[in-house]
Design a protein around this ligand. Structure first.
Ligand code: CP3
Length: 358
């Protein structure tokens, strides 16, 4: 099957208890017993038990060990009682799996030896098959057996954000090489994003077919673009990704940072749930996104460094702005910061559950 074909009858048999979870119900804009909570980057350096099991194992190596992936994915579920698990991996894992010479440098992020900037470079981006990532299928099998009624979220990087790492060669503040390619050679850019859309689609399909109950597309750095450029140069590729997994019937979440001006267009790419960072209140975000979508967000992750009272007050503001939404999944406006006190996260989950119990 090609990456862009919509499958109709290949979805994993849905476990009924998972289907009735608060998280999936909120994504589907159905009534919930309480507002569900999970955190982007909930598995990771904020947890001492994570640092312990990761000792001496490089980030990308850890993503290829199913037992370790299972343990790390479960850690925040056990500790915080979040309403969903997110699969422990990274947005660059599928690129590594097809042979791109990249590494994740601690404290830096993904770094690529030879950036992708020419038509000849495109040949290095071949299609991804399930055989390239057997450890993903295996880990998700282990996880769904352990998770009970807790849904598992699969994820991938969106074409723009992956392109940014590949073209820049690493993390970038201004994305100048990426934008130079986008403005300077629109055809090469479109072909690059199409290849990345196919890889991302294939990676999401592997996760859904192995048992993931929802997927999130991370377009973390897309907020660097003006709406007109997003619509012209990025939206078509992201839309292909969402369309390619539409037939599975699992909720699709779309998230980016600094996307206040892009919220409507992000919704147009086809997700069921739009993630919102902390810069736009959720009621205003709902007006920008328009009807028919749930929202996810949006407590500033830095708020967790303030005292318990301040956290509770800011949490109240988020919940107040979320009152009229068709569906709300509580999350941070971006990932958990590494130095966050894990107890503050545990308290936050309990607080949201308590304040929204129906
Ligand atoms: O959310 C989770 O808990 C699941 C795991 C997850 C990781 N990366 C693990 C990870 C997820 C969902 C990601 C997504 C990811 N990776 C994104 C999108 C989310 C976002 O933050 O915007 C991006 C942009 C990346 C690329 C990336 N990988 C960065 C910027 C970094 C941080 C580099 C650093 O060390 O500061 C990574 C490495 C990474 N990915 C770590 C983890 C736990 C830290 C590495 C470590 O623990 O050694």
């Amino acid at each position: 099957m090609s990456a862009n074909e919509i499958p109709t009858d290949r979805s994993t048999p849905a476990r009924p208890d998972v289907q009735q979870s608060a998280f999936l119900r909120a994504c589907r804009r159905e009534p919930v017993p309480h507002t569900p909570v999970w955190f982007m980057r909930q598995a990771g350096r904020s947890l001492p038990e994570y640092r312990k099991v990761r000792e001496g194992i490089a980030m990308l190596d850890s993503c290829m060990q199913p037992d370790l992936v299972t343990e790390i994915t479960l850690q925040p579920v056990r500790r915080h009682h979040v309403d969903a698990a997110i699969f422990f991996s990274d947005i660059v894992v599928p690129l590594k799996a097809i042979g791109i010479d990249l590494d994740i440098k601690p404290g830096v992020g993904p770094v690529i030896e030879r950036p992708i900037r020419s038509r000849a470079d495109l040949d290095r981006l071949r299609e991804l098959t399930p055989e390239d990532v057997p450890y993903v299928t295996e880990a998700i099998g282990l996880l769904t057996a352990e998770l009970g009624a807790t849904p598992l979220i699969g994820f991938a990087g969106a074409p723009f954000t992956l392109a940014s790492y590949l073209v820049e060669g690493g993390p970038s503040r201004n994305h100048e090489h990426t934008k130079a390619l986008m403005y300077g050679d629109p055809q090469l850019w479109a072909d690059l994003l199409d290849r990345l859309a196919a890889i991302t689609s294939a990676f999401l399909k592997v996760q859904i077919e192995a048992g993931a109950s929802a997927v999130q597309l991370f377009d973390s750095w897309v907020g660097a673009l003006a709406p007109v450029d997003y619509r012209r140069s990025v939206l078509p590729a992201s839309r292909k990704v969402f369309a390619s997994v539409a037939g599975y019937g699992v909720p699709r979440i779309h998230f980016g940072v600094g996307t206040g001006e892009l919220l409507h267009d992000l919704g147009e790419a086809g997700a069921d749930v739009v993630g919102v960072d902390w810069r736009v209140p959720l009621d205003e975000a709902a007006r920008r996104v328009g009807p028919g979508k749930a929202l996810q967000g949006n407590l500033d992750p830095a708020v967790l460094f303030a005292g318990a009272e301040a956290v509770a007050a800011k949490t109240g503001e988020v919940l107040e702005a979320a009152r009229g939404l068709e569906g709300h999944v509580f999350n941070l406006g971006h990932g958990v910061l590494p130095d966050t006190d894990p107890d503050a996260l545990t308290r936050l989950v309990a607080d949201v559950h308590e304040r929204t119990a129906r």
